[in-house]
Design a protein around this ligand. Structure first.
Ligand code: PEP
Length: 243
């Protein structure tokens, strides 16, 4: 299966950044699938700029309702209409900044699926949880309560302490957690759980991507800071495994 290299622009990037970035991505021929998740307002402009390319677009969140009185929110059908095929859900910054529980993430995933979007559900432990030896249990609990029945999207393992810090777990630790996640999703979803891509996220850069993307059960990367520059994002994509 092709690895997925997903860029999460977070609340960064302006209209003026799109055309050069999109042109660089369109000119590239990576073996990996590329996915860019810009701020909501840029999704439809990005879709126009990427027209004719295989680069996919995603949102960074969606509401659990398709429409209604939810000031400031964006629904999954709106994202789909703007040109997104994917949506990131349960990112640790959403869980922390907006008190998103596993149940909320699950409801959002159901809304995304109903709108025809592919959900990328993020899980990961904090540093305190890791230091307490609770990382695997925390991640398994997040999976159990965040994934809808029959989930067929993607999972991103993102240790909270590795996001935006320049720190990453050791490669053996990443491999061990990905094996734990695989076993948990197979137990939860049955055989279909074997096909779910499990991305790693947290300070993936051009200089560490190859060592991470080669690991078993790593189905790609969710990239924050290093996705903002097309050259860095493409350098990471160039490290993707050719299965
Ligand atoms: C992220 O926001 O999902 C992320 C992994 O960020 P960074 O790559 O900057 O650590």
């Amino acid at each position: 299966m092709r690895q997925v290299i997903a860029g999460n622009w977070k609340m960064q990037g302006r209209l003026a950044d799109i055309s050069a970035y999109a042109a660089d991505l369109k000119a590239a021929t990576p073996s990996a699938m590329l996915l860019v998740c810009p701020p909501f307002l840029l999704v439809d402009r990005f879709a126009a700029a990427l027209l004719g390319s295989a680069v996919a677009l995603g949102g960074q969140d969606c509401h659990w309702a398709a429409q209604g009185a939810h000031t400031g929110d964006i629904s999954a059908p709106m994202l789909a209409e703007a040109g997104a095929s994917h949506v990131i859900l349960g990112h640790s910054e959403r869980r922390a900044d907006h008190a998103e529980s596993n149940a909320i993430v699950r409801a959002k995933a159901q809304a995304a699926i109903a709108a025809g979007l592919t959900a990328i559900i993020c899980v990961g432990e904090t540093e305190a949880e890791r230091d307490a030896g609770e990382a695997a249990d925390i991640v398994k609990t997040q999976l159990r309560h965040s994934l809808p029945d029959g989930f067929a999207g993607l999972i991103a393992y993102e240790p909270v302490w590795a996001i935006g810090t320049g720190r990453t777990p050791g490669t053996e630790e990443i491999a061990t957690m990905h094996a734990t996640i695989r076993a948990a999703v197979v137990a939860q979803l049955g055989e279909s759980g074997r096909a779910l891509p499990i991305l790693y996220g947290g300070s993936v850069k051009p200089d560490n991507a190859a060592a991470i993307l080669v690991l078993p059960e790593v189905g790609g990367a969710l990239v924050g800071g290093a996705s903002l520059k097309a050259a860095d994002f493409l350098a990471i994509a160039a490290c993707a495994r050719h299965d």
